[in-house]
Design a protein around this ligand. Structure first.
Ligand SMILES: [Zn+2]
Length: 363
């Protein structure tokens, strides 16, 4: 009888998505919007930033990388940038330091994406052979574009139908084009529990996102993930400190195979891990945040290792992965963190996760 092959297990590790843009790209974008440079010149800056980001990402040793969202306007507005039927004065998102980011508002139908995320995936594939993760906006976030007062001649139902169709096609195209995983950014999940403690808003968000997720087979759902966080912009969060329990007791109802959960910056990580262990389903992998993206200090690999070992006390190793708490610049003009710090933290995550895998005997 042949010897049974050794079961090779390891702890997967993935980034969330965004990396701070080079100042040269931020300046070129502003110059283009002001009409001071041509589209070709902006394109050259885009390409240079993308190429450099992927090279730096590869140098971290990260087994899965992203395009750093270098050419996205923001994690949520990228499909809309340049549409003629949106206005800037949509729903405001208030951060704890007082600054506000405002979602756009739909002004007329019909609705359709101007840019689908598979465009970014294809651009990044030109520069790397490593597995690429592709982040996409959530249905729930974009549902907020439709104004409370309605739009004459274009009903909310018509908008939701169009939105669900766009999202399904976007995720499907990313999967077909070879994305390692498609990650739905669900930062408004935790925010919703702050805005509506009854959890009705959260329930409606989860139901809405499931309307897209249920269009995929169980195998496809294993290549789809959901990212949850309290926001990270200009050194601040929109819902940090809000009880995590309301979100975590509902989050895993989303029909996705992977969850990327902010954890490193939580004051009571064991409490959060306990809730995750109670609610995550056996076929769902939980990538815990082991890097605090708002802390300017770079974690040591040993500190990351210890966070993974702590998590392994609550989450079966076969279901465990690691990630960063959030992207390092979900909005393109956020310069509160440097590219160097972001890549140093990612490198520490990769090394620390490997140390933990070795300590657990699965490396
Ligand atoms: Zn995030």
């Amino acid at each position: 009888m042949p010897a049974r092959p050794r079961l090779i297990m390891t702890i997967p590790t993935e980034p969330i998505g965004s990396i701070p843009r080079p100042i040269s790209l931020i300046k070129a974008t502003l110059a283009f919007e002001a009409g001071a440079i041509l589209k070709e010149e902006l394109q050259a800056s885009d390409d240079a930033a993308l190429r450099d980001t992927i090279q730096c990402f590869e140098a971290t040793g990260s087994p899965v990388i992203t395009d750093g969202e270098q050419t996205k306007h923001s994690f949520v507005t990228y499909p809309l940038h340049g549409l003629k039927n949106i206005a800037a004065d949509g729903i405001p998102i208030l951060f704890t330091d007082g600054h506000i980011r405002q979602l756009p508002r739909l002004t007329a139908g019909p609705f359709g994406y101007r840019t689908s995320a598979d465009v970014y995936l294809e651009a990044a594939q030109r520069y790397t052979r490593l597995p690429l993760k592709q982040a996409v906006a959530s249905t729930s976030a974009l549902s907020l574009l439709y104004p409370q007062g309605g739009i004459p001649g274009y009903s909310r139902e018509e908008y939701f139908d169009a939105l669900l169709g766009e999202q399904e096609h976007e995720i499907r195209r990313c999967l077909q084009k070879g994305a390692h995983v498609v990650q739905i950014d669900f930062t408004e999940g935790r925010l919703s529990t702050k805005l509506d403690p009854t959890r009705r808003l959260l329930r409606s968000f989860i139901d809405l996102n499931n309307l897209v997720l249920e269009r995929f087979s169980p195998e496809e759902q294993q290549r789809i993930g959901v990212h949850s966080c309290p926001g990270a912009d200009q050194g601040s969060t929109h819902s940090g400190g809000i009880d995590y329990g309301a979100l975590l007791s509902n989050l895993f109802e989303l029909q996705a195979g992977n969850f990327y959960i902010q954890l490193a910056s939580e004051p009571d990580r064991k409490h959060v891990l306990k809730m995750i262990s109670e609610h995550a389903k056996p076929d769902q992998r939980v990538f815990i945040g082991v890097v605090d993206v708002l802390d300017p200090a770079v974690e040591t690999p040993e500190a990351i290792r210890d966070r993974v070992l702590e998590a392994a006390e609550y989450i079966p190793i076969a279901q465990l992965g690691t990630t960063d708490d959030c992207g390092f610049a979900p909005f393109s003009d956020d310069t509160s963190r440097s590219r160097e710090t972001a890549f140093a933290k990612i490198r520490a995550r990769v090394l620390g996760t490997q140390l933990a895998a070795e300590a657990l005997g699965v490396g």
